[in-house]
Design a protein around this ligand. Structure first.
Ligand SMILES: [Zn+2]
Length: 109
C-alpha cells in the first residue's frame, strides 16, 4: 500500500480545510451592515458558513486521526474489525477508519 501517497493526500486536504476554515472565521468576523435587509441575508450566510465550518472541523479531526494511524502504522486497517480497508475505499475516503462493511453497518443501525 502506498502510505506515503495517502499521507500526501491527507496533508494536502488538511491544509485546504484549514485555509477554508480561516476564511470562514474572517467572514464571520466582518462588520455588519447598517441596512436591516442586508443584515438578514448576512445572518443566513453566517449560518451556512458555520455549517461549513462544522463539517470542515469534523473532517479535520478525522484526517488528524488518520495521520496518527499512519504514524502508528495502523493506517488502512479497520478500527472496528481489524480487516484491511480496500484501496478503492481509501481512494474515495482517505481518512476513513472503517472498512466498507463496518461503515455500512454503522449507517444501517
Ligand atoms: Zn471493518
Amino acid at each position: 500500500m502506498d502510505i506515503a501517497g495517502y499521507e500526501r493526500i491527507l496533508t494536502k486536504r488538511k491544509a485546504e480545510i484549514e485555509a477554508r476554515l480561516t476564511r470562514i472565521d474572517d467572514d464571520l468576523g466582518q462588520q455588519r451592515s447598517a441596512d436591516s435587509e442586508e443584515r438578514a441575508t448576512e445572518t443566513e450566510n453566517d449560518e451556512v458558513l458555520e455549517e461549513f465550518g462544522q463539517v470542515g472541523e469534523t473532517e479535520l479531526r478525522a484526517i488528524d486521526a488518520a495521520l496518527d494511524r499512519i504514524d502508528g502504522g495502523t493506517y488502512g486497517t479497520c478500527v472496528t474489525c481489524g480487516q484491511p480497508i480496500s484501496a478503492a475505499r481509501l481512494a474515495a475516503v482517505p481518512h476513513t477508519p472503517f472498512c466498507q462493511e463496518c461503515a455500512a453497518g454503522r449507517q444501517g443501525r
